[in-house]
Each structure stands twice: as C-alpha cells, then as structure tokens.
Design a binder for this molecule. Sequence first.
Ligand SMILES: [Fe+2]
Ligand SMILES: [Fe+2]
Length: 483
Amino acid sequence: MNMNIMQVDYSTKIPNNVNLSDDRQVLKALEGWHPGYIDWWHDMGPEGFQQSLVYLRTAYSVDPRGWAKFDYVRMPDYRWGILLAPQEENRVIPFGAHYGEPAWQEVPGEYRALMRRLIVIQGDTEPASVEQQRHLGKTAPSLYDMRNLFQVNVEEGRHLWAMVYLLQKYFGRDGREEADELLRRRSGDADSPRMLGAFNEKTPDWLSFFMFTYFTDRDGKMQLHSLAQSGFDPLSRTCRFMLTEEAHHMFVGETGISRVVQRTCEAMRAAGIDDPADVEKVRALGVIDLPTIQKKLNLHYSLSLDLFGSEVSTNAANAFNSGIKGRYRETQIEDDHRLENDTYPVLKLVDGRIARVDEPALTALNMRLRDDYSQDCVKGMLRWNKVISSAGYDYKLTLPHVAFHRAIGEFADVKATPEGILIDEARWNARHHEWLPSEADGAFIASLMKPVTEVGQFASWISPPKVGIDNRPGDFEYVKIET
Ligand SMILES: [Fe+2]
Ligand SMILES: [Fe+2]
C-alpha cells in the first residue's frame, strides 16, 4: 500500500492526503471557503461547549486497521481534513453502460450536472444534522453521551469538507458556488431550508438524537455505499473513507436506544410492573415507556424512508446507467450489473390496494436500496427486543409498514396504519396519536432532559454503556466543561 496516501499531512492548514500543497488552485479555493465554514460552525454548530475540552478522535490515516487517534480537543480547533481512501489500482466501473471500463479520474462532461447534483445533495445533509442537533449538548444525559454527540457533529462537519473538496476540485466555478450555498442553507429555515425533508425536522430531545443516528444516518450509510461504487473514482474513495466514520454514528444510535430500553425494563422490573403498556405507571418511574419509544421509532423510520425518493425513478436509472451511483454492495451481487433486461418487485398502490408489481430493475433502484435499508434496520431491532425479552417482558418493537406516514413516493397520498392497512382521513385523524409522538409525549420526554455532567453519572432514563469510548473506564471525564 502507498504510505503517502495512507498518512495524512497535518502540516498544512487543511489536513489532507490528497497532496493539497501541490494543488495550488484547489488549496486556494478551500482556504477561501475555510473562514465561512468556521463562521458557520460558530453560528450553527453545538451551542455552548466551544471552549470545553472534548475527548475526540481525529483521523490521522486512512488505514482501516488503525486510522484514528483520541485526544482532548476544543471543537473549533478540530482538524477537519480531506481524506480519501487509498486508490485501488486498475479499478474499473462496476456497473451500468460503462461496466468494465477504467474508473474515471475526472468527471465526464456529459455527466457533470447529474454528478454535481448528487454530491450537493449528499453534502447538504452533513451540516444539516449538525444544525438539527445543536441544542442537545445542554441536556446531555452524561459526559459520555455529550462526547459522542460532539464526535458525530465534528465528523459531519468533516463530511461537508469532503463534498466541498470534490465540488471545488472537479467542478470549477459551479462547484465553488455550490460550496458557498452549502454554508448558506439552514435546517428548518422557511426561505432557504436544507434540501431533504428529514433534515429540516427538529431533533428536540436525546431519544430523537438516538433515533436519528440509528435511522437517518443509516440512510446516509446506504447512499454512501452506493456512491462508493461510483465510476468517478475520487467520489468512490471519498465515500469509502466516510463510511468508516459513519459506523460510529450508527453505533451511537443503536447502543443509545438499547440503553434507553434497558433502563426502562430495569425500572419496570424493580417496581414490579408487569404491563409495559401501563404508560402512566412507567413514566412515574422517570423512564421512557416502550410504547413511546415505538412511536418515536415509527416517526424516524418513516421520515428516513422518504429520503430514498420515489420507488420508481428515471433519475435513479440514469445515475446507474451512467456509472455514477451503484447498488448497495454492487460488486458482491451476481448479475450482469447492467440490469437492462431485469425486473424488481415494487410495492405500489394499485386500484386502492397495496400490491407488489414487477418494474424494470433500472427504474426500481430506489426501491431496491430502500429494501436493503429496511433489512439493515432490522438488526438493531432484534437486539433491542432481546433486551426486552431478557428482562422477561412480552413486548416487541417493530418497524412500521412502508406505507405508514409517508410524504414521498407511492404512499404519499394515502393513510395507512403501522401494519399497512389503508384507512381514511377521519380514522387517521382519530388514531395517529397512537402511532406517532403526540405533543404530550414530547413534553414528557422533554421533562426528563435534565443535564448530567458529573463524571461517570447518567440520567435516570438511560443505562451506562457496556464499554467506554477508546476503552476508557466508567469514571472517565469525556468532556472537561469550561465554565
Ligand atoms: Fe455524514
Ligand atoms: Fe453520520
């Protein structure tokens, strides 16, 4: 392996393993963008704690065997860098009309607009989540959780850098303009919102944060996997490295929810509560009842499904055909990787009923990626349900049906129960509080969001983690709060 590519140059203002010091024009563009980024971080990054010392990991290499080092860092001093996974020698385009041709090192002119759009959409999600989560530090249930939040935040910031590098290096003036726009849009803003729906929603509490990192970061994982297959090699290498960081974000979500579920079950056991659906009794214990956790899950899963776009999409077909965006684990799939003669079953609304219809595989690629996503979501669900059953409770968290609470695609215009039964508007209005968090549910969760900042202590509603970050002991001071 090429050690120059593996190691990161930290001698320049912008750490990188892309030889920026020899790339004057791009270096200049990035240095020009840098102050705006720092302004954005101060305006829209974590509220407070900017002078606190946070035990963060920073990538110093892109070697998967050991790429990060941990140390106390003030967030504004975090070294946001440009890191690409090592170049694979003789890599070929693994799908589409250019299947088997050498991967591109520059953007083919004919695909420029489509490629730029996909990079901008991905880039837009990165700062959006930081904006959505900026209030959460103040109510962190422990220093451990606070540190994880900030780790996710600085890495989403780095992912923005990753996309901005591609825009500035490969798309000239258009790319520079798009890079500026990425700092201008704001999550939830009425005039210039972020591009995708789920990234304009609020993340009002820590259960939402865990659901977001589990379900919405996982959409990110699927998108990054598809782009990591790209025939445009720099995009592929960028996404491959982002995925190593992304794994931690989903870990935070999965273990976070698991710890909430565990604490709830322990408290119910200790109080002798047999029925997990006895919401009032459970809430009186200062923990979050399982039915409310299910409602939050219903909300975040359905919002995340919308991120996959319409089930049947010619844009998706074009992106695949032209070699820009592949399928999840494309190279491990055994078929012709062109899909010109294949079909894929798509759930559709046919004569007022939900039916499976075979569609051309090329136009059904969003559906396929969404199916892969749903399968991936199930894994955590099984672990959470294990926690519940181990505590002796007969209660299962489940993923709602894909027709439930949708704003995009086949089911955007109908109402369905979490079981996938189509219902009319009146019935939906009467019952949706049973399936989605109500204002009262939100107020209850908010009432639990009291900060815990003593070393090694945790809020009443969440269990401590099984192991510390970087194998640190339970009484480790993950954040040295500046007062
Ligand atoms: Fe990200
Ligand atoms: Fe992420």
